[in-house]
Every structure is written in structure tokens, then in C-alpha cells.
Design a protein around this ligand. Structure first.
Ligand code: TLP
Length: 341
């Protein structure tokens, strides 16, 4: 049976060309800072983000968490969006690793309201955990790949500056936002003290994320990467895949976006499935199944039996993600199956 896996853009496998680049990579011991391919990836990301330094790490979670740790002290507070990845999917690690508490605020399409954030910043009083950091996510995964408007980012930066707070960007899918908005990675990154970017989602590398920030900041994240067991040795093999991904797989993200839009429109015509098309801005489609008699996990299981793998995000929500290993024929086939479903 033909299997079409739309559960996540993390499932892509490295192409033969990417594997070739990995096989040819020059390597060294990256814990000593001596892996030439890792170093050139870090240089490339410095250029792309306009930041002074960058650090290659094993995962998006690790990139976010070393940044949170380096920005905060135990007992402090981090403001984030209620559906954000750092709050929902990073295994409680802000508490586990940094000893901070998250202060989640429900946004709209992942975008935080200025007044709500202002209200959430704790006053200087011994009763309160001190607010230290605001973390934003762009694109916003659980809201369905939504793009954080640059105007709203600027507004948040002003607020952070007024209160002497740092700003972190979970930019695991910032590539997708940049391709749609035409706003460069550098411009987005410019409003944040730290940014994480991921190579193993839309860009199709097998492993790897990166954190970028000031030289002093990234120097301090080195300590946390090592402490979390994230120091890698001949990691140039992985960095080569990331370099290949940046050079070859960025512009094509617009194909993923077009295909996601098509799937969203088709799902929306089928009874028992509702898609908020306003929220379909990149490669993620969230399908509301609350009008369906079956719970979302059961629908996902039945679709899987027909070869279409989607993810149940809750009892009433499915997530579909387009990616590098899905082509137009796969989309046509998926549409055929869901129309019959
Ligand atoms: N997201 C995964 C799951 O964890 C939900 C997915 O399938 O989408 N930031 C964002 C915005 C993410 O979506 C993810 C992964 C991460 C960080 C963490 O990346 P990894 O999985 O490399 O630790």
C-alpha cells in the first residue's frame, strides 16, 4: 500500500545528493571547535541572522533550552504563548533544566496581545518571580504554521526594552515565514536577543538546529550544550546536511505551502472536517473534527489504514504537514482518499 506520511515535516529522509555532501564532509572534533564543516555552518548562520555567533546543536529543543538557560536564573519567569512548543512539547525542560517557570498567555494565531503581555510582566516585588524573557514562535506550530507579523514583533521588542527583558525566538520554521513574508531571516532575528533555527524540519536535513545571538551570549550557551550532553564530536557530517539544506531546500518551501493550502481547501469541503483557512499560512493544516462523531485519534487511525498518516493533536484536532518528501502526486492521491473517507 502507498503510504503518505503527513504527520510532520520532521519525517523527511536525506536525499542521495544530501548524503553525498555528508559523506564528503571534512570533519574534526567540534567540542574543541575544530570541525571545519560545523564552523562553516556557524559562519553561514551568522551571516544569515546578522548575529555575532552561532552554535550548532542536536535538536530544536536543545537550541531553545540552552537559550532559555543562558538568559535566566532559577526562579525567574519566561512569558510565552499558551500553545507554544516550549510550553507544550519540550518535556517540561524549562523547569527541569533552567529552574524557571513559564507564564503562558493565549494568543491569537500564535500572536501575543501587547496589553496582555504588559499586564503579565511582574512588578518588582518580593512576592513575584521576576520576568526575564519573552519567547515568541514563528511560524507557530500548534496554531497551524502561522506567521508572526513583523509589526507585532517590533511592538513586543519595544515592550521588552521598556522592561529590560530579553527576547528569544523559536524559529524552528522561521524559514517558512521568511519565504512567505519576504522578510529576511536577518530582519526577523534583529528583533531578538537569541534565535533558534532548525534544519531537520522543512529543510529536510536528518538532524540539527542552531542557536544564534551575541558572541557573549553564545559563549555562555556552549556551557549548557555541554552540560546537557549535547557536545558532538565529528558533527561535520550533520553540518554538511544542514549546509546542503540551506543552499537547496529553502526556496522550494513555497511548494509545501501551496500543497498545504490545497489540502486545507479540500478538507474544508468534507462534512465533519473544518479548517480555518485564515490560519493556513505555510505548510501546516489544523483540521477541527469536533463536528465529527469520531474522536480525532480514531480518524487518524482509520486514515492510516488507508495509507494516509496524519497526527491527532487533541481529541478534536488533526494536524497535516506538507514537506520535502511529499509531491503533487501524493497530494492528488491524498485528496482521492479523503474525498472517499
Ligand atoms: N516540533 C515537532 C513536535 O515536537 C511537535 C513537530 O512535529 O512539529 N520548535 C518548534 C516550533 C517545533 O515545532 C519543534 C518540533 C521544536 C521546536 C523542537 O524540535 P526538535 O524536535 O528538533 O527538538
Amino acid at each position: 500500500m502507498r503510504i503518505i506520511d503527513l504527520r510532520s515535516d520532521t519525517i523527511t529522509k536525506p536525499s542521495p545528493e544530501m548524503r553525498e555532501r555528508m559523506a564528503q564532509a571534512e570533519v574534526g572534533d567540534d567540542v574543541f571547535g575544530e570541525d571545519p564543516t560545523v564552523n562553516s555552518l556557524q559562519e553561514k548562520v551568522k551571516e544569515l541572522t546578522g548575529k555575532e555567533a552561532a552554535l550548532f546543536v542536536s535538536s530544536g529543543t536543545q537550541a531553545n533550552q540552552i537559550c532559555i538557560n543562558a538568559h535566566t536564573r532559577p526562579g525567574e519567569e519566561v512569558i510565552c504563548e499558551y500553545r507554544s512548543h516550549i510550553f507544550n512539547y519540550e518535556a517540561g525542560s524549562p523547569a527541569l533544566l533552567s529552574g524557571v517557570q513559564l507564564h503562558p498567555i493565549l494568543g491569537n494565531y500564535g500572536v501575543l496581545d501587547y496589553e496582555n503581555v504588559k499586564e503579565a510582566i511582574r512588578p518588582l516585588d518580593h512576592h513575584f518571580a521576576q520576568t526575564r524573557l519573552i519567547s515568541l514562535e514563528n511560524t507557530h506550530n500548534r496554531w497551524g504554521g502561522t506567521i508572526y507579523p513583523i509589526k507585532k514583533i517590533k511592538e513586543m521588542r519595544r515592550l521588552a526594552d521598556e522592561h529590560n527583558l530579553k527576547m528569544h525566538l523559536d524559529g524552528a520554521r522561521l524559514w517558512n515565514a521568511s519565504v512567505v513574508s519576504g522578510i529576511s531571516i536577518k530582519e526577523y532575528a534583529g528583533y531578538f536577543d537569541s534565535v533558534s533555527l532548525c534544519f531537520s524540519k522543512g529543510l529536510g536535513a536528518p538532524i540539527g538546529s542552531i542557536a544564534a545571538g551575541s558572541a557573549e551570549f553564545i559563549d555562555s550557551t556552549h556551557y549548557y550544550r555541554k552540560a546537557y550532553g549535547g557536545g558532538m564530536r565529528q558533527a561535520g557530517i550533520l553540518a554538511a546536511a544542514a549546509l546542503y539544506a540551506i543552499e537547496n531546500n529553502l526556496e522550494r518551501l513555497k511548494d509545501d505551502h501551496r500543497r498545504a493550502r490545497l489540502l486545507a481547501e479540500v478538507f474544508n469541503t468534507i462534512s465533519g472536517f473544518v479548517v480555518d483557512l485564515q490560519g493556513v499560512q505555510t505548510n501546516i493544516v489544523i483540521i477541527d473534527t469536533s463536528l465529527n462523531k469520531k474522536p480525532a485519534p480514531q480518524i487518524a487511525a482509520e486514515l492510516a489504514e488507508k495509507g494516509i498518516k496524519v497526527q491527532a493533536f487533541s481529541s478534536t484536532r488533526l494536524r497535516v504537514v506538507t514537506h520535502l518528501d511529499i509531491n503533487d502526486q501524493d497530494i492528488d492521491h491524498t485528496i482521492e482518499i479523503i474525498k472517499k473517507f
